[in-house]
Ligand binder design. Structure first.
Ligand code: PMT
Length: 365
């Protein structure tokens, strides 16, 4: 492996040195048509990103060279990666058109209810032999208990299909993700304030630039393998200021395993990137508790008004005069399958976001 590239890229350097995925133009034509149709119909459009960051470097998978076989576990936590698919359904229900940009094999809206590992679809089907004595083929039926559940999901799915309000895009590597994100954002930004960006993807922090990839099979038998990866550029800043020109409603996420870090880290992200909302979630509590962190909106003062004095406790903690936190909670899911609630925290998240996005659009009028 050569060592000729910078170890830390700005977004600009990244796009100048890393090759675009070969299907980029084709994918973006699809997005362009989708956005134009939604604009004609006056819909708000949200981009939902979904990506599990690599806990593993799977060298066999071709990260370095296809012929290598090794796998390294990089971090200890894991996730079901349901947030994006679940949120997309609630956005669709709220009348948004959704661009669902997901990593290959992630859970998808609607089909997520019947994931083969947690709720295998085939288990809900029964074969009914023909009873009329003819040779007509047996019928396939849905079990009685599942009928209502499936009917609801199928009805929502069919109506979204008929309205053509869901556009799905797949990517594999972090390079595909970054190129697609920039290009989709630039298309969607044509809708101005009617566009929302819901960045639920966990993005890898490190990657191997094309220029550092080995030309040939890396020889084993020489002891341990040392890989130096470069930092993935932070793209929120250019996304806010250049790609959306400050017009998009941008929601990022902050995931922590130490709950005490959530709010300070979320505030720091808002300060650094200048977007609208950071949704903080603790890894172990994310299914029933999240916090919205945003900047306090101060009502405009009439021209002759005296500014209000800052409350005393805010003087001690100057940061709290700038930021506001809103917690969204649902009851902790029960482990008893009979009383198990079916409420999903994403419903509350999307309700709150729709309210805030509408306010943001109204303020522009
Ligand atoms: O589906 P679940 O199992 O319920 O899990 C949901 C979730 C925990 C994955 C989700 O709620 C979440 O928190 N996603 C972001 C997790 C994360 O690790 O983010 P980050 O620290 O890599 O990035 C911070 C934010 O910047 C994210 O919104 C990310 O999408 C965005 N980002 C970061 C870097 C980059 N190059 N591009 C980005 O868009």
């Amino acid at each position: 492996m050569t060592d000729t590239e910078p170890a830390s890229f700005s977004a600009e350097e990244y796009f100048a040195t890393q090759p675009p995925p070969p299907t980029l133009d084709h994918d973006i034509n699809g997005v362009r048509e989708f956005v134009a149709r939604q604009a004609q119909e006056g819909r708000k459009v949200v981009l939902v990103t979904v990506r599990r960051s690599s806990k593993f470097i799977n060298i066999r998978g071709g990260l370095i060279k296809r012929t290598q076989r090794a796998e390294a576990l990089l971090c200890r936590w894991s996730s079901m990666w349901t947030r994006g698919a679940t949120s997309a359904e609630y956005f669709l229900k709220a009348g948004y058109a959704v661009i669902f940009m997901h990593r290959q094999f992630s859970l998808q809206p609607f089909s997520r209810h019947y994931s083969h590992s947690t709720n295998p679809f085939l288990d809900f089907l029964e074969i009914e032999p023909s009873t009329d004595g003819t040779s007509s083929p047996p019928r396939i039926c849905v079990t009685h208990e599942m009928r209502q559940d499936l009917l609801e999901v199928l009805t929502a799915y069919k109506s979204v299909h008929a309205a053509e309000t869901l556009h799905t895009m797949t990517f594999v590597t972090v390079n595909d993700y970054l190129w697609l994100l920039r290009a989709v954002t630039q298309e969607l930004s044509l809708l101005g304030k009617k566009s929302m960006y819901y960045l639920a993807a966990a993005v890898s922090d490190f990657f191997l630039p094309r220029q550092k990839m080995s030309e040939h099979k890396i020889q084993s038998g020489k002891g341990s393998l040392h890989i130096e990866m470069d930092q993935v550029p932070k793209i929120l800043k250019p996304m806010v200021t250049e790609w959306t020109k400050g017009e998009g409603f941008i929601v990022s996420f902050k995931l922590e395993t130490d709950g005490d870090l959530l709010i300070p880290k979320a505030r720091a992200a808002l300060d650094r990137y200048g977007h609208q909302v950071v949704i903080g979630n603790d890894l172990h509590r994310r299914k029933f508790e999240v916090v919205f962190v945003s900047r306090k909106l101060l009502p405009p003062l009439p021209p002759d008004a005296e500014p209000e004095p800052v409350p005393e406790q805010d003087l001690e903690d100057p940061v709290s005069t700038t930021f506001v936190e809103t917690w969204i909670r649902i009851p902790v899911p029960s482990s008893n399958p009979v009383t198990n609630q079916v409420k999903e925290i994403e419903e509350g998240i999307i309700t709150e976001l729709v309210k805030r996005h509408d306010r943001w659009i109204d303020e522009a009028r």
